[in-house]
Design a protein around this ligand. Structure first.
Ligand SMILES: [Zn+2]
Length: 429
């Protein structure tokens, strides 16, 4: 969260405490505890009860054998792909009822590269999946989320289509696919094509990673830690963790001159941060933050016996740039590169900073990529090099805090930033 002054912090804290916890009814409220629609239908539809009553007793005595019980969602997903590889499409459809036999027969040679559990509740599990496969004899790659839900004591794959997990938001909010997803997938195709062009042309500029200097600013400090997560953890710790992961990964990727600003979490001024970046001749300045909402959206809950504040109303990342930055074109250019990579990796921007209320009202310059203009952000306007501020996600959102605490999810964020840096390095050389 971006906070300008100490007085502001007191104001926010005071307002949080006095907050009437009002929720804007126009905004989608995420109810993670709500059972899936199909379960509700099964329980509540009178027709199914009638059917059960009318079912002859003989059928009840010889029930159809149920598919084998498996309580491990990872194993269930493995079984699904194993079934497709073995062309046991009936079994594949048992595990993923939305799948089609026609699709099952078109897909071959699936190799799971990565399958990790991101979150598991009693009713729902979210897994991150990377796999290679062949469709119509052409090699393909998929990276995204697989959502499972419990039906009885079986895990069922919920995804209607793996195209539908273009956006994390749509998975989490369980929204149907709309036109914007189609637009995104077209954008993605264009991007993939341009990538192919880049690799086949000899005029592609090269990135000299070892001489491209990236300054990574860890937002806030130990004492002035920024916002507080739904579970009561200070934002600074999220910023530090993600920034360090980014720095290490950049180093491993060859950006050996990347450096962290304020690793010790001292109370240094915002101007000092950009002065450090200037002294070290940084080519790019990235401030890492985690986000919150205005006090009106906060509600209270108890976590580990303590009263905490949360808001499940909004979720997603945002990117800020300043028109007062001395290299505004490159700042905006990097914001665009980063936004594109974030979308490519299924992250979804939050649009709540554009809401016309006190404390927000930011100009949303690119809705699809989540880019806001914020001219007077001190680190952005005082940086002498191109600069952006990344709000990686909302730690006041209970589900998003869990995701942002997950190393796999963090790695995905880091890889998005690095991919954008690599492009900037190439284009700016
Ligand atoms: Zn912050």
């Amino acid at each position: 969260m971006i906070i300008h002054s100490k007085i502001h912090i007191f104001f926010v804290v005071a307002t949080i405490l006095l907050s009437s916890c009002r929720i804007n009814s126009d905004e989608p409220v995420i109810n993670f505890d709500k059972p899936s629609h199909s379960i509700v239908t099964q329980l509540e539809t009178p027709h199914s009860i009638v059917t059960q009553l009318e079912t002859p007793v003989t059928q009840l005595e010889t029930p159809k054998p149920l598919p084998s019980v498996n309580n491990d969602p990872i194993q269930v997903v493995r079984n699904f792909y194993q079934a497709i590889n073995n062309k046991n499409c009936d079994k594949a459809l048992e595990i993923r009822p939305n799948y089609s036999k026609a699709a099952c027969h078109k897909v071959h040679n699936i190799v799971i590269k990565k399958l990790e559990l991101i979150e598991e509740t009693a009713q729902e599990a979210t897994l991150l999946l990377d796999l290679n496969y062949e469709k119509n004899k052409k090699p393909k790659y998929f990276s995204g989320l697989v959502i499972l839900f419990k039906e009885g004591n079986h895990w069922i794959i919920k995804n209607k289509s793996f195209r539908s997990i273009q956006t994390l938001e749509q998975v989490l909010l369980n929204k149907p696919i709309d036109d914007s997803v189609e637009t995104n997938s077209k954008e993605k195709k264009v991007e993939i094509n341009s990538k192919e062009d880049e690799t086949t042309q000899s005029t592609v500029p090269l990135c000299t990673k070892e001489s491209f200097v990236v300054a990574i600013d860890i937002g806030h400090s130990i004492r002035r830690f920024g916002t507080t997560s739904a579970k009561g953890i200070g934002e600074f710790y999220f910023n530090k963790n993600l920034a360090k992961m980014l720095w290490k990964s950049l180093f491993q990727a060859g950006f050996t001159q990347a450096f962290l600003i304020n690793e010790k979490g001292a109370n240094i001024t915002l101007k000092k941060r950009t002065a450090i970046a200037k002294r070290k001749n940084a080519d790019l300045f990235i401030a890492i933050h985690h986000d919150s909402v205005q006090p009106r959206y906060l509600s209270s809950w108890r976590y580990k016996g303590k009263k905490r504040f949360y808001s499940d109303v909004f979720q997603g990342y945002s990117i800020f740039y300043s028109e007062k930055n001395r290299q505004v074109q490159r700042s905006l250019s990097f914001a665009n590169l980063l936004g594109a990579e974030m979308r490519h990796n299924l992250f979804v921007p939050t649009l709540h900073h554009a809401e016309k209320i006190k404390g927000e009202n930011r100009e949303l310059v690119n809705k699809d990529k989540g880019i806001y203009r914020f001219d007077n952000l001190v680190v952005l306007k005082t940086a002498t090099m191109p600069a952006v501020l990344l709000e990686a996600g909302l730690i006041v959102n209970r589900k998003e805090e869990n995701l942002l605490s997950n190393p796999t999810y963090q790695k995905k964020l880091v890889l998005s930033v690095i991919a954008a840096i690599e492009k900037a390095c190439r284009f700016w050389n």
